[in-house]
Design a protein around this ligand. Structure first.
Ligand code: PHE
Length: 461
């Protein structure tokens, strides 16, 4: 364990894993998925998925990681099921795809920090122009990839843990204050209503599949990120309660981000929520104008917001890069610093089409048209859909593996380490039921529906 490095404390693991979970997925992606998915009905389904389907997957991933103390691929080998390491490989592929576009959006967040420092509050109206400037955004993304690589090359307990412990609480405070402010603005209640009062007639397969993909993405599940982080966790820690805390922190942050954004959207639109589906631009278009209303303080608060958002993104990009890097380090015995450099460079290259997909190139901006769709989807959104879908598949396979190949009793044995009352607990029964039956069945079913809905435009119901 010492040779691979480990988290120095339980809080360190929780902070790092929550740092992985909390990121652009909560503050950028969640609100726009809610907007596109019609509002509160999406939120309700998302919450159900997180707690019922995803939480057991998280517990399983952490347990596999801690048991084997290996990366996402090596873990399956170490348990003696070499064939199943394709699940880890699929995870690595998902991580690579996610990081390739995530890094571009992180570049936007960092660029907005600079724009706020310069007092450019009109950047919200110029969002399209901003993202089309691929030289500038490209430079920000390179900076971001370098920062991520620096932390990953220093190893887990040195870099990741320290950064997360300070930055997460700062971000929570920031968002809480902005929620309070958002409620004081005119028309705020129209936004709150859109966000919190569900109209269940809006639920269709596209909404359900969006919520499912979002819950996996947001909790960093299905690609072995938590197998990898779990591999650095000590046997003394309670996996179940740590996972519960991480889930709560992540869902809580997404929920708060929505509570902050939608009143702002309503304020900007004079209470009209019909165009809340702003897509990837939702927060970038809507926030700067709101910071402007704060007068002089707006520069400080706006800059701080985008700086903290960039840091939240950084603790996530670190976990995304850590998955392929720890694989290369463990399995190919490469030096961590060298592995980091090579992997980061390749991922940056894979991200170039995403960089060009937001205004710079028509080819990537109008990349594919799904069956039955009216308009084409850009490359970045497409890459996102593919990766999210892989996460759902990966997550399903991980629980199926744990329950039926590795076997529930071995999983339970690992969970009882650091959790003395586990064997007689209700939690044990609940997890056994969800991991053996509920999650595999529902996940596979939903996975098929997600593929049909996303890529073939077939919506049942
Ligand atoms: N969960 C991160 C976010 O919400 C993104 C992520 C996905 C990180 C998968 C790691 C693995 O921003």
């Amino acid at each position: 364990m010492a040779a691979r490095g480990g988290f120095s404390s339980r809080l360190g693991f929780i902070a790092a894993a929550a740092g992985s979970a909390v990121g652009l997925g909560n503050i950028w992606k969640f609100p726009f998925e809610v907007g596109d998915g019609g509002g509160a009905a999406f939120v309700v389904i998302y919450l159900l998925f997180c707690f019922i389907l995803c939480f057991p997957v998280m517990v399983t991933e952490v347990a596999i990681g801690r048991k084997t103390q290996k990366n996402a691929v090596g873990a399956f080998n170490a348990l003696g099921f070499k064939r199943w390491n394709v699940v880890g490989k699929l995870g690595i592929l998902s991580g690579v795809i996610i990081l390739s576009f995530y890094n571009v959006v992180a570049g936007w967040a960092f660029g907005y920090f600079i724009e706020m420092v310069l007092g450019h509050f009109d950047i919200g109206q110029r969002f399209g122009e901003f993202t089309a400037d691929f030289i500038k955004v490209g430079a920000y993304s390179i900076l971001f990839m370098l920062a991520t690589s620096y932390i990953v090359s220093r190893g887990v307990s040195g870099g990741i843990e320290k950064a997360s412990k300070i930055l997460m609480p700062a971000l929570i405070l920031m968002i809480l204050s902005l929620v309070v402010y958002s409620f004081t603005l005119p028309n705020a209640m129209a936004g709150v209503e859109f966000y919190l009062v569900p109209d269940f007639s809006k639920i269709n397969l596209a909404v359900i599949s969006g919520a499912l993909r979002q819950s996996f993405f947001s909790l960093s599940l299905g690609m072995g990120a938590l197998i990898t982080y779990g591999s650095y966790l000590s046997k003394k820690e309670n996996i179940v309660s740590s996972s519960a805390l991480i889930t709560l922190a992540d869902v809580g942050m997404a929920f708060l981000a929505g509570l902050m954004i939608f009143p702002f959207v309503a304020f900007n639109s004079g209470g009209d929520m019909s165009n809340a589906s702003g897509g990837a631009g939702l927060i970038f278009v809507n926030l700067p104008g709101v910071f402007e209303t704060l007068g002089g303080a707006g520069v400080v608060i706006g800059s701080l917001f985008f700086l903290l958002l960039s840091f939240a993104a950084l603790t996530s990009t670190v976990s995304l890069l850590e998955v392929p890097v720890s694989y290369v380090v463990d399995e190919y015995k490469m030096k961590r610093s060298k592995a980091t450099m090579i992997v980061a460079f390749i991922i940056f290259l894979i991200g170039i089409p995403s960089l060009l997909a937001n205004g710079a190139s028509d080819l990537f901006g109008r990349f594919v048209t799904y069956f039955n769709a009216n308009s084409p989807t850009d490359f970045m959104t497409f890459a996102g859909h593919i990766a999210d879908t892989f996460l759902v598949l990966g997550g399903s396979l991980i629980v199926i593996f744990a329950a039926y190949v590795w076997k529930t009793k071995n999983l339970e044995q690992e969970l009882s380490e650091g959790y003395s009352g586990f064997s007689n607990s209700f939690v044990k029964k609940y997890l056994r039921f969800t991991i053996s039956y509920l999650s595999p069945v529902l996940l596979i079913l939903l996975f098929v529906l997600v593929v049909l809905s996303n890529f073939f435009g077939i919506n049942i119901g």
